[in-house]
Design a protein around this ligand. Structure first.
Ligand SMILES: *[C@@H]1O[C@H](CO)[C@@H](O)[C@H](O)[C@H]1NC(C)=O
Ligand SMILES: *[C@@H]1O[C@H](CO)[C@@H](O)[C@H](O)[C@H]1NC(C)=O
Length: 438
């Protein structure tokens, strides 16, 4: 099975450690079980969702073959108007020290700050990280992910991955996100349910330490004040896009149910503040466009994105937003913010010139040049990639993941509250201490 990995087209030779991994999002979706397979697939599997995937791979890549059947009927369009919810505009009361900022994050590569690299022992090579950290950090980007900007906005340092043994600092929370992860249990080794179990394990150990008078990174009371952020579902949705649209719709509620369950479990364990990201404009990703854009039965919208894929993403978000509405009524004393990532990421494409982006559907680090600069066999790997200039603003870093510049813009919009339900600024979730009942 491990040989399947090579199918990914390691064009440049070189040892395993040289490989940069970009496909992470996908293989895990393939349901790898054995560690070796997972490891290997993480490195080499071609993107799922692509017909190519099956051809290149001999693994039991169940859901990788794409057989897009029909153009999507327009799904429920729903702009994040933001419900007319009253925003408790909390002004920082002068004189009061703000409470300690603690963030627990759950998700996939959109918010992985180095977890997958640490766990799998993968050396994610340069040019990853070139724009901000100036060296690879395990993030799948040339710089920061949205979560990093969230931490910066809250004046706290970037979150350390839960399973990163060296250099981690958990005094401001933990990042449980692992690239490739799904909301669906069992589809990936670190699916959301596992990440939640890891959180509970972490919380229990802090509690044990408290009882024993030992040192521990986070005070028990900080678990209740902490912000719980989540960005997951992209791999679940991506994994079924090859299905006919009605079948896609049938599966979406299952993904949302898992996220809902995770929020409920966290709430039962004391979590009160949730910041939940919907999924992005999947039909605008260069990877999707390069692999499916020419399928006759997949039509493109006026901005060049695949309508069916975007409709699936929008539908997923609609369901997730509804689940959040429902949880808001049922989970007492909690604040649950749903952020419409589709609206944000689609706006970036549709209004790209406004954001200083010239080629919204082209990958910065890829192969093959225009229109998408994306080659599923090589992606952002090897030595001869077609790499954009550092001065050029691109949305897509590697065909799937965003650049530091784009993540910065996405984060600014998300944090503003303009795209969330209820409309609430991120910073208003972190109130001065002792303000909980006012
Ligand atoms: C911490 O441990 C104590 C004693 O074992 C237990 O009663 C309490 O419920 C625990 N708290 C949490 C948040 O797990
Ligand atoms: C593009 O920008 C305009 C003006 O700000 C806005 O009305 C429109 O909704 C944006 N388009 C998308 C797809 O977000």
């Amino acid at each position: 099975m491990a040989s399947a990995l090579n199918g990914g087209g390691n064009g440049g030779g070189g040892g395993l450690t040289k490989m940069s991994l970009l496909r992470v999002q996908y293989y895990c979706v393939l349901g790898a079980v054995a560690g070796a397979v997972i490891l290997a697939t993480v490195r080499y599997m071609p993107a799922s969702g692509g017909g190519e995937g099956a051809a290149l791979s001999t693994t039991s890549a169940v859901s990788t073959t794409t057989a897009p059947k029909s153009a999507a009927p327009a799904a429920g369009h729903r702009k994040s108007k933001g419900m007319p919810v009253v925003v408790p505009e909390t002004k920082e009361k002068k004189g009061k020290a703000p409470e300690k900022v603690v963030v627990f994050n759950f998700g996939d590569s959109n918010s992985d700050t180095g977890g997958v690299a640490a766990i799998m022992g993968i050396r994610i090579a340069s040019p990853e990280g070139r724009a901000f950290f100036h060296h690879p950090t395990g993030r799948l980007s040339d710089g920061r992910v949205v979560l990093d900007f969230i931490c910066e906005t809250l004046n706290t340092h970037h979150l350390s991955p839960y399973m990163k043994p060296l250099g981690s600092d958990y005094t401001n929370g933990v990042n449980f996100a692992i690239a490739g992860s799904t909301a669906t249990p069992g589809d990936t080794p670190f699916s959301l349910d596992v990440q939640i179990d890891q959180f509970i394990f972490f919380q229990d150990r802090c509690n044990d330490s408290t009882e024993r008078g030992e040192t521990f990174p986070i005070e028990m009371r900080d678990f209740g004040n902490a912000l719980y952020t989540m960005d997951i579902g992209q791999n679940d949705v991506t994994g079924i896009l090859y299905l006919p649209y009605d079948k896609v719709l049938e599966k979406l509620p299952h993904f949302v149910a898992e996220i809902r369950k995770a929020i409920e479990i966290l709430h039962k364990n004391g979590a009160r503040k949730f910041w939940i990201h919907g999924t992005g404009a999947l039909g605008c990703l260069p990877q999707k466009l390069a692999m499916h854009g020419k399928d006759a039965d997949l039509s493109l919208d006026e901005h060049g994105c695949i309508i069916k894929f975007n409709n699936a993403a929008k539908k997923f978000n609609e369901l997730l937003s509804e689940a959040c509405d429902d949880l808001r009524l049922n989970l007492k004393k909690s604040t649950i913010i749903f952020v419409d990532m589709f609206a944000i990421k689609y706006d970036l494409v549709a209004n790209h010139t406004k954001y200083g982006i010239e080629k919204p559907l082209m990958t910065c680090c890829g192969h093959g040049g225009p229109p998408y600069n994306y080659d599923p066999k090589r992606s952002c790997m090897g030595t001869d990639m077609d790499l954009c200039k550092p001065s050029e603003k691109f949305i897509s870093w590697d065909g799937v993941h965003f650049t530091d510049a784009a993540n910065s813009m996405v984060a600014t919009m998300a944090i503003s509250g303009e795209y969330s339900i209820p409309r609430m600024k991120l910073t208003s979730l972190v109130k001065p201490a002792k303000a909980k009942d006012s």
